[in-house]
Design a binder for this molecule. Structure first.
Ligand code: MBD
Ligand code: FE
Length: 309
């Protein structure tokens, strides 16, 4: 095809009507976005000579993706959730903000309103055996000033990579807690070492990833929201050093500054002091929050979450 069909008067008129650009009512910005999306679809069909059969295969795919509740899984897999972080980082940088613990993506497996504990918590409540892991640290503001009363909302996978509420074999709230920092801004919790997550092998996300030669694995990680009045909400994760997928995350969430050292302890006296009879691991991780200011982009992301019950 010599000339682009998308650029013809006929198709340009069609796209204007598609986006409601010839109508008075409606949202102007949304019209421009719809126009761009529809235009790019036309260009893709043209440029790649997408056949009707291929096109309807894609329609089925999108339908299945929604039915399987995997849209929130494909989005990070396509790097779009990371791109939202790149944009937020850049907006903050331009507004003169620097420092603080790096953000990284939330992912699709958060549940609101986990049980709230003061200062410390135990997250593992199911009988599953795993390596005991003790995590502790301090929440500070700029300059390292402790932030008492901050809420550290933590969630992670079990030793099979599954998350409570999404994995029916786990009890409600297993490996999910909110911990309020103490007078020194400190939090600590006991849990079990998570395993990495793998996309459901027969689901639509993995189907697309496989079709483009990719895996759907994440390194072992622990998610956090850290919030306190007057500070910017932090969404982040720590990754477990030594994981095979540490720098090969299908969701592109690993960042410098989010890979704390994991210390292993096998001294019998230490094991006994922790009330254990096997070696265990510890991680120290401090969170540094930035002060909120009206000149900064909104840090609180409004996003629908699965409900606890
Ligand atoms: C996860 O546990 C996760 O954190 C992300 C981003 C995607 C899929 C599963
Ligand atoms: Fe996760």
């Amino acid at each position: 095809m010599a000339e682009s069909l998308t650029d013809t008067k006929q198709v340009q008129e069609l796209l204007n009507r598609v986006a409601g650009l010839d109508q008075r009512g409606g949202d102007e910005r949304l019209k421009r976005i719809v126009h761009r999306v529809a235009t790019e679809m036309c260009r893709i069909i043209e440029e790649f000579d997408v056949t009707p059969t291929e096109f309807w295969t894609a329609v089925s795919y999108v339908t299945r993706l929604g039915q399987a509740n995997e849209v929130g899984l494909l989005v990070p897999g396509l790097g779009i959730e990371t791109f939202l972080d790149v944009v937020m980082d850049e907006k903050e940088r331009r507004a003169g903000l620097e420092g603080g613990t790096p953000r990284t993506i939330e992912g699709p497996l958060y549940i609101t309103d986990a049980p709230l504990a003061k200062g410390e918590a135990r997250l593992d409540q199911d009988p599953e055996r795993g390596e005991a892991l003790f995590v502790e640290g301090q929440v500070t503001g700029p300059g390292g000033k402790p932030v008492p009363g901050a809420i550290v909302d933590v969630w992670h996978a079990n030793t099979k990579g599954g998350y409570s509420f999404f994995d029916p074999s786990q009890s409600p709230w297993n490996l999910r807690r909110r911990i309020e920092t103490d007078a020194e801004g400190r939090y600590r919790f006991r849990t079990i070492m998570p395993s990495g997550y793998g996309c459901p092998p027969d689901g639509p996300t993995q189907h697309l990833l496989s079709a483009i030669g990719r895996h759907g694995q994440r390194p072992a990680h622990v998610h956090f929201f850290v919030e306190a009045p007057g500070f910017r909400k932090l969404t982040t994760q720590i990754n477990i050093a030594g994981d095979k997928y540490l720098h090969d995350d299908f969701a592109f969430a690993t960042r410098d500054g989010l890979i704390p050292e994991v210390e292993r302890h096998d001294d019998p006296a230490e094991i006994k002091a922790r009330g254990l009879n096997e070696p265990f691991a510890t991680i120290r991780f401090d969170f540094q929050l930035n002060r909120e200011a009206a000149s900064l982009p909104e840090a609180v992301v409004v996003r629908e979450h699965a409900k606890a019950a």
